[in-house]
Design a protein around this ligand. Structure first.
Ligand SMILES: Nc1ncnc2c1ncn2[C@@H]1O[C@H](COP(=O)(O)OP(=O)(O)O)[C@@H](O)[C@H]1O
Ligand SMILES: [Mg+2]
Length: 301
């Protein structure tokens, strides 16, 4: 049995079906990237794995146990930082570490927190509040906070999407380095296939919604450590990117709904006015043959 297992997971809000029959198996220590369009249901999916949302049907299991609520075994990093604005970098991470390790001495906790602050290169900013940090720095704090809770699996929901390209690249490198040192199981949600290929062992596209579902796995056979510069010229990388993008665009065009409309075309035989009105019973009344044709209209989402 895989470490994380989703079986036929579906989720609707009201009557609207967002995810349908999602199946996923992630092995321990694996780095999986899920790539999908905006609004397809990526946050919904990761929130169910986090235990923050319940599926409408299907089952989610972590380490053989049904996921029913959030737990310290899962660390989450959201797109929007979600740090406490009145606490410093150190305090934000300390709060999380304390919650998971209530019996640790203050010295042990401090040492632990400093280690993770250093891991994301934020030691010089340890006493700053979120408002004094750039977007990239805030996202680093979120990553450090999630890691400091020592989860077994790291759930990253588009953690880098809001960042500029350079900061994004730097943080990708940091995530890659931390993963290779820590070998945690990671599920990364991203809207960028390149980011997925650079970081993950496997890319799984989420098809366009509604009724979004996971497509086939694309294995990334590029050896680690991966080099950002040379990867762009790697034939396997180029082919993977083409295949993933093609699959995703294909899933989008399949979503076009075809509406079939009945067209009633006028086809009237004129009345024969030569026959006197008194003889209506004989007179030919207008005939409408009602020739029916069907026309299919494609509706773009
Ligand atoms: N709590 C909710 N109630 C109703 N609809 C929701 C809720 N959360 C998400 N949705 C809908 O589900 C769809 C997928 O949302 P989301 O998972 O946030 O997409 P993504 O993260 O891929 O951009 C959207 O159409 C969104 O409006
Ligand atoms: Mg989202």
């Amino acid at each position: 049995m895989a470490y994380l297992e989703l079986n036929n997971v579906s989720k609707s809000f009201g009557g609207a079906s967002v995810l349908k029959d999602v199946n996923l198996a992630v092995e321990q220590g694996e780095f999986v990237a899920i790539v999908g369009f905006s609004g397809a249901g990526k946050t919904t999916l990761i929130s169910m794995i986090a235990g923050l949302l319940k599926p409408t049907s299907g089952s989610l299991k972590l380490n053989g146990r049904e996921i029913t609520e959030p737990g310290p075994d899962r660390g989450i990093v959201f797109q929007n930082y979600s740090l406490l604005p009145w606490l410093t970098v150190f305090e934000n991470i300390l709060l999380a570490a304390e919650a998971v390790n209530p019996n640790w001495s203050p010295d042990k906790l401090k040492e632990h927190v400093e280690k993770y602050i250093a891991m994301v290169n934020l030691t010089p900013a340890r006493n700053k509040k979120p408002s004094e940090l750039s977007g990239g720095m805030r996202q680093r704090v979120s990553v450090a906070r999630a890691l400091a809770m020592n989860p077994q699996i790291l759930l990253l929901d588009e953690p880098l999407s809001a960042l500029d390209a350079l900061t994004r690249a730097t943080l990708q490198d940091e995530i890659s380095r931390i993963w290779s040192e820590d070998k945690k199981t990671v599920v990364l949600i991203t809207n960028d296939p390149d980011e997925g290929i650079y970081l993950a062992d496997r890319i799984i596209p989420l098809t366009a919604g509604p009724n979004a579902t996971l497509g086939p796995s694309f294995k990334v056979g590029i050896p680690r450590p991966r080099d950002r510069k040379s990867i762009n010229h790697n034939e396997h990388f180029k082919q993977l990117r083409r295949d993933i993008v093609e699959f995703m665009l294909g899933s989008k065009s399949e979503r076009h709904t075809a509406i079939t409309k009945k067209m009633i075309l006028p086809d009237i035989e004129p009345e024969d006015l030569n026959i006197p009105r008194t003889m209506t019973a004989w007179r030919k009344t207008p005939i409408r043959k009602r020739e029916q044709k069907e026309e299919s209209v494609e509706v773009k989402p």
